[in-house]
Design a protein around this ligand. Structure first.
Ligand SMILES: Nc1ncnc2c1ncn2[C@@H]1O[C@H](COP(=O)(O)OP(=O)(O)O)[C@@H](O)[C@H]1O
Ligand SMILES: [Mg+2]
Length: 317
């Protein structure tokens, strides 16, 4: 009997040690990262590890990159801020919520059957539409993608009579939440409108990054954007906040950007990133090549500025 109890005690001590070891998020992240290198689909191991890792919510920050204007660098910022964070060993999931699928194509992905459209339609689980990308090396964190599809253009019509349509994406995330890898950042690239897709992105997000181009029309429409933001806070997501406005696509030949920074400071106060992004042809080229700029041209001004933006984000964690 005595022998039995001492055996039980030993097992118990062993179990406690194992639990302490496993509850160390750093250790788990390390193990999980290496499992993931061998095979992105070892779901059982991932599931077990993530159960410990996630701890009912984790510390993920979900950021929607949004502005109802087209061409202001939402997609460029999502891809390259994401890559700069991953380069700093942060685990990043990019979500393409734009039917134009520029981010999906800009990362060299073709049409995927599992995509944000099917997640929003409730046809597949959130977790099943996440794909690994081949970017980065062992020093990088994860850099995964949930791709988009042109079908997403119909979503407004298809969900028009559905109750709770403003939060279908969030609801799907919540259902998968305990199984999803514990990312540091989830960046949602949004479509140039303030319709249902952007509303869904804002309902899920913790915060917004608002890229703006320095021209005389830059602040047109900001009022509507802020109104939608306030509405979402009131109705669906009281914790949503503005992370920062980002002055992007600055023409270095003029000093209009300084003037603009001042103007934006009046509107956004301290919710304005210190870092600004200049026009840089490498950002354009890298997107065409289907690669983040920090891999395509690591020394380019665009790469360094997105790196600086990632640092600013991390400093404010
Ligand atoms: N800083 C920049 N320098 C040069 N070209 C840029 C820059 N940022 C974005 N672009 C280019 O401008 C176009 C629009 O940018 P994009 O990120 O697709 O905007 P949005 O997603 O807001 O519509 C793209 O062709 C992109 O490559
Ligand atoms: Mg875009």
């Amino acid at each position: 009997m005595k022998v039995f109890y001492s055996y039980k005690k030993r097992v118990l001590q062993h179990d406690i040690a194992l639990v302490i070891f496993l509850s160390n998020a750093g250790v788990l992240k390390f193990i999980n990262k290496y499992i993931n290198r061998f095979n992105h689909h070892i779901n059982i191991n991932k599931y077990i590890l993530n159960t410990y890792l996630h701890k009912g919510g984790g510390f993920v920050e979900i950021i929607a990159v949004t502005n109802q204007k087209g061409g202001v660098a939402k997609t460029t910022t999502s891809i390259n801020l994401g890559a700069a964070l991953a380069e700093k060993s942060k685990d990043v999931l990019l979500i393409d919520l734009d039917p134009q699928a520029n981010m999906t194509l800009g990362l060299g992905f073709g049409k995927k059957l599992k995509n944000t459209y099917r997640v929003m339609m409730g046809e597949i689980e959130f977790i099943n539409a996440i794909f690994p990308t081949d970017f980065g090396d062992d020093s990088w964190g994860r850099y995964n993608l949930m791709p988009s599809h042109i079908d997403l253009a119909n979503i407004e019509l298809e969900l028009s009579s559905k109750l709770g349509r403003e939060t279908v994406f969030k609801d799907s995330y919540e259902k998968s939440k305990d199984k999803i890898y514990n990312y540091d950042y989830i960046l949602i690239d949004t479509t140039p409108s303030l319709g249902l897709l952007t509303v869904n992105a804002m309902s899920l997000a913790d915060s917004l990054i608002i890229p703006l181009e320095p021209n005389i029309f830059a602040l047109d429409g900001i009022e509507q954007l802020i109104n939608v933001y306030k509405l979402i806070r009131n109705k669906f997501n009281e914790n949503l906040r503005i992370k920062g406005a980002l002055l992007a696509k600055i023409d270095a030949r003029t000093n209009i950007a300084d003037h603009f920074h001042e103007k934006l400071r009046e509107v956004f106060g301290d919710k304005l990133f210190q870092t600004t992004i200049s026009q840089n042809v490498k950002l354009n080229e890298s997107q065409l090549e289907g690669e983040p700029v920090n891999l395509y041209s690591p020394k380019a001004k665009g790469a360094l500025q997105y790196q600086r933006l990632a640092e600013e984000l991390i400093e404010n964690e």
